[in-house]
Design a protein around this ligand. Structure first.
Ligand code: PRP
Ligand code: MG
Length: 180
C-alpha cells in the first residue's frame, strides 16, 4: 500500500488558495485520467480492506461517486449512493448536517441496504467529518452496520475522524494542509 500511495500522491495537483484563501487544495482528479493510476487507487483500498466482509460500498455525492462504484466492483459488493436532497425517488431517510456556511441534507433510499449488512462509507476527503457522519447516520437508520470509513485524503487538523466513532482509513494521509 505504501508504494501505491506514494505513486498516487505524486500525481495529485496542488492549487494554493482554493477553495478559499490559505488552503492548499490537493486535486485528486488527475488520478482518474490515467487507467493505471485509477486501478492503483482501487487496488490500494482493496488491499486495505483485505478479507473483511463487505456487502455494500456507500458513496457520498459528488466526489465519492468517482471511485465508490469501481471499489464496489473490485470488492464484489453492491454500490449505494448517498445523495443531496430531492435527488432520490421513493421513500428516503434524510439527515441534516452543518456545513461551513449553513446546513445541508443527505438522503438514502429506504429498503436498499438490508438490515445487518456490512457497509463501507467512502468519500474523497475527510474535513470536519460532518458529511461522513451524516452518511453514517443514514446507514445506521437503514439498520445496516458500518465496517469502516474510507477516504482518499484527510484534513487532519480539523479532527474529523474523532467525530465518526468507527474505524477511519485515509489512503493519502495528511495531504491537505493549511498554508503557513
Ligand atoms: C466536500 C468533500 C467531502 C466533504 C468533506 O464535498 O468532497 O464530501 O466536503 O467535508 P466535511 O468533512 O467537512 O463534511 P462538497 O460538499 O464540497 O461537495 P462535492 O463532493 O459535491 O464537491
Ligand atoms: Mg463531497
Amino acid at each position: 500500500i505504501a508504494t501505491l500511495a506514494k505513486e498516487l500522491k505524486a500525481n495529485l495537483k496542488q492549487f494554493p488558495n482554493f477553495p478559499s484563501e490559505g488552503i492548499l487544495f490537493e486535486d485528486f482528479l488527475p488520478i482518474f485520467t490515467k487507467p493505471d493510476l485509477f486501478n492503483k487507487l482501487v487496488k490500494a483500498f482493496k488491499l486495505h480492506v483485505g478479507d473483511k466482509k463487505v456487502d455494500y460500498v456507500v458513496g457520498l455525492e459528488s466526489r465519492g461517486f468517482l471511485f465508490g462504484p469501481a471499489l464496489a466492483l473490485a470488492l464484489n459488493a453492491g454500490f449505494v449512493p448517498v445523495r443531496k436532497p430531492g435527488k432520490l425517488p421513493g421513500p428516503t431517510y434524510s439527515v441534516e448536517f452543518q456545513k461551513e456556511y449553513g446546513s445541508d441534507k443527505f438522503e438514502i433510499q429506504q429498503d436498499v441496504l438490508p438490515a445487518g449488512s456490512k457497509v463501507l462509507v467512502v468519500d474523497d476527503i475527510l474535513a470536519t467529518g460532518g458529511s461522513a457522519f451524516a452518511a453514517g447516520e443514514l446507514v445506521t437508520k437503514s439498520g445496516a452496520e458500518i465496517v469502516e470509513y474510507l477516504f482518499v485524503m484527510e484534513l487532519d487538523f480539523l479532527k474529523g475522524r474523532d467525530k465518526l466513532g468507527k474505524p477511519v482509513f485515509t489512503l493519502l494521509s495528511g495531504q491537505e494542509e493549511k498554508l503557513k
